[in-house]
Design a protein around this ligand. Structure first.
Ligand SMILES: Cc1ncc(COP(=O)(O)O)c(C=O)c1O
Length: 460
């Protein structure tokens, strides 16, 4: 059997038609192209260049309008709505009680320190990013005393937030891992299937959420993972599952771990909400640490978008926990080959902020307090919404609102009810009924409760 890398090379999608289209385009554009004869060139007028042709015509004229992203499109629609009572619960970003984006105080301080440091330059980072940031990120998720870190079995590369980390990990697996199928929970974050398919993996799903109980379909999950082919990759949300807000208990995690290890299923953790679920960074990393403690291998995609509020800075890390230090070195060398042609090397500012905060115990403590305050506000929004629905006598059991954790609540509202609430109450959410608790405030809870009450009583 050919080595995995050779098989991967064979399996790389060939794009002859794309290449042909490109060289045809170049042929059209360049008068000196060998494809054009002298007679052609002498007859060339400005109008014969498609890009310079009369106004309105385009080489892209046949292009269809692409649909809006189902999640980001909610904000596009919200921005167009002139209503003064509109509420955006689609966006996965924290908002203050006043509905404003929040820049953490500790982040502002770190930025000030970076700006005031005259020795800082703007040179390129290495392909793998800021080394200090990578070390601190691995420590944050795996724990300072993690045996995998102490044994140098972890390789970490800075990536473009959580999405970029998933993409780099996905492409690495498609090239170098023997099994190309990744199992993702049903439902999951809408970008997962696209990221992994474009990485070159085959995406399948495992049962996760039970609409009847609005909780975990644990039996379905175990059945589906039991019947996955040996060695398959399994995507796991480390905590605060998006979109359902439903996480396994620690006992359930332990059963999942045993099953996965017994079938050599490779865990690929997605940690986009460490600290956001419970307010504790360590508690939210428990699931991951259980898998590292057994000595097995795994991938970990980390994002600082939510827990440090660094959304637009695109700061994240991909760590691969390997069986030995020697393998970790070779894995890193191959990760560089994935990253280099994709974006060369990652940005400097975001990881510098993160490293400044993580390495200073006083700033780290300030961060944990600010993080806890965000998590607590979200938890309080859950309670307020639950109380408001109870006080209105809204039909149904709404206890899942306080049981689910993290940024999102999977309300159980159907797409007709979601459309009704948008039209009648100017409340925006994704069509699957997911609402961002971080977008709610004490002022907007009554409006949302009125809307939910009307939706469930008028549209069954
Ligand atoms: C489950 C999950 N994974 C990954 C991400 C990636 O986020 P980012 O690329 O902004 O870090 C998100 C963002 O919403 C998410 O919910």
């Amino acid at each position: 059997m050919a080595p995995a890398s050779a098989r991967a090379a064979q399996a790389q999608p060939q794009q002859p038609s794309a290449d042909r289209r490109l060289s045809t385009l170049v042929g059209h554009l360049l008068p000196s192209s060998p494809r054009r004869t002298a007679a052609d060139t002498s007859a060339t007028t400005l109008e014969s260049f498609p890009t310079m042709a009369s106004q309105g015509s385009s080489v892209f004229a046949a292009l269809a309008q692409a649909p809006e992203d189902p999640i980001l499109g909610v904000t596009v629609a919200y921005n167009k709505d002139p209503s003064p009572v509109k509420v955006n619960l689609g966006v996965g970003a924290y908002r203050t009680e006043e509905g404003k984006p929040l820049v953490l105080n500790v982040v502002r301080r770190a930025e000030q320190m970076l700006i005031n440091n005259p020795s800082r330059v703007k040179e390129y980072l290495p392909i793998t990013g800021l080394a200090e940031f990578n070390k601190l990120s691995a420590k944050l998720i795996f724990g300072a005393d993690s045996p995998a870190i102490q044994e140098n079995r972890v390789t970490t590369v800075q990536c473009l937030s959580g999405t970029g980390s998933l993409r780099v990990g996905g492409e690495f697996l498609a090239r170098h891992y023997h099994e190309r199928t990744i199992y993702i929970p049903q439902p999951t974050w809408g970008n997962h299937p696209k990221v992994f398919t474009l990485s070159g993996l085959t995406v399948r799903s495992y049962r996760y959420y039970d609409p009847a109980t609005r909780g975990l379909d644990f039996k379905g999950l175990l059945e589906d993972l039991s019947s996955a082919p040996l060695g398959s990759i399994v995507l796991l949300h480390a905590c605060a599952h998006n979109p359902t807000g439903v996480d396994p208990t620690i006992d359930q995690w332990e059963q999942i771990r045993q099953l996965m290890r017994s079938k050599s299923l490779l865990p690929f953790f997605d940690s986009a909400y460490q600290g956001f679920a419970s307010g504790s960074l360590d508690k939210d990393a428990q699931s991951v640490r259980m898998f590292v403690a057994d000595g097995g291998e795994l991938l970990m995609a980390q994002s600082y978008a939510k827990n440090m509020g660094l959304y637009g800075e695109r700061v994240g890390a991909l760590s691969i926990v390997c069986g030995s230090a020697d393998v970790a070195v070779r894995v890193e060398s191959q990760l560089k080959l994935v990253i280099r042609p994709m974006y060369s090397n990652p940005p400097l500012h975001g990881p510098s902020i993160v490293a400044t905060i993580l390495k200073d115990s006083e700033m780290f403590n300030e961060w944990t307090l600010e993080l806890k305050a965000m998590a607590d506000r979200i938890i309080s929004m859950r309670q307020q919404l639950f109380d408001a629905l109870k006080s209105r006598g809204t039909p149904g059991d709404w206890s899942h609102i306080i049981k689910q954790i993290g940024m999102f609540t999977f309300t159980g509202l159907n797409s007709d009810q979601v459309a009704f609430m948008r039209q009648e109450y100017h409340i925006y959410m994704t069509s699957d009924g997911r609402i961002s608790m971080a977008g709610l405030s004490t002022r907007t809870v009554p409006h949302l409760a009125d809307a939910i009450h009307a939706a469930v009583t008028q549209l069954k």
